[in-house]
Design a protein around this ligand. Structure first.
Ligand SMILES: [Zn+2]
Length: 274
């Protein structure tokens, strides 16, 4: 490979391939297929690079402090205009939704679903996970938020939203069972909550399934693990049994601008596409 890393490497590689195919023309079909795959792969890389550059150059032109100042000025104008709403919100909140979403900056559920202040009680964490009910696990953040939402705010719906290209779920898929490729102080312990999702994805997806499809499948499986974990909290189970609380899983695909929602009622229901 060494000689191909220098200048003129591409030309040298093409010459070498040309010579080989002159000597062994029977390899032409295989070579054609491999070159076709390479072109496909490089096109995807080029597309991703261009998209990345566009995002970075846009972000570089905006001062982050100015950006939030301008944002708040706009909010203030809205606040002054909607005094009835904000006077009511100053007294209390009555959200119908609790939403559990990923911390990823591209998937803010209020923005995506058009929710106003006061309409959804939201928690966001890596990979939108809910740990099972346990006072010993040390994961009290999600449990306390669910308890408050269900028992005090009396939300009618809990929705857990996974999303396309979730970094947390990609890390989960790459985790070795013996922990030998551990790369962080906190992340693996957290995403390990959904380790069964990784196993069920392997069982569901065919070996030749594209990684992107495996990835999306694992995100949805992780949402289902979190839904069942949600049911392990006694106050959630009771609400579902009494019909005062509904649980939903969802998948937000920001690559294609699509949203799927499904319900859980002791069994998974068919997804509804938005
Ligand atoms: Zn994510």
């Amino acid at each position: 490979m060494g000689r191909y890393q220098n200048e003129g490497a591409f030309e040298a590689a093409v010459d070498a391939l040309d010579n080989l195919l002159t000597k062994c023309p029977e390899l032409k079909a295989t070579a054609g297929k491999k070159v076709e795959e390479l072109v496909k792969e490089l096109s995807l890389e080029a597309k991703a690079d261009h998209a990345k550059q566009a995002v970075v150059s846009h972000a570089d032109t905006v001062d982050p402090i100015q950006k939030i100042k301008k944002g708040f000025q706009e909010f203030k104008a809205h606040f002054k205009k909607e005094q009835t709403l904000f006077k009511a919100l100053a007294e209390s909140q009555h959200p119908k939704w609790m939403i559990i979403a990923c911390a990823d900056s591209r998937v803010d559920p209020a923005v995506v679903l058009g929710l106003e202040l006061g309409e959804a009680f939201i928690i966001r964490n890596i990979a939108s996970l809910v740990p099972p009910h346990s006072k010993e696990s040390g994961h009290s953040s999600a449990g306390s938020a669910i308890e408050y939402a269900v028992l005090h705010l009396k939300v009618e719906h809990i929705m857990i939203i996974g999303h396309s290209r979730c970094g947390g779920i990609k890390a989960l898929l790459g985790m070795k069972e013996d922990g030998s490729n551990k790369f962080s102080e906190y992340i693996e312990d957290w995403i390990g909550i959904a380790k069964h999702a990784s196993k069920s994805t392997m069982a569901k997806c065919a070996q030749d399934c594209a990684f992107e499809d495996q990835w999306a499948c694992c995100v949805k499986e992780a949402v289902n693990v979190s839904l069942w974990n949600c049911m392990s909290y006694p106050f959630v189970k009771e609400g579902v049994q009494q019909g005062t609380l509904a649980l939903h899983g969802a998948f937000f695909d920001f690559v294609n601008g699509a949203f799927e929602r499904w319900a859980i009622n002791y069994k998974l229901e068919e997804a509804e596409k938005f």
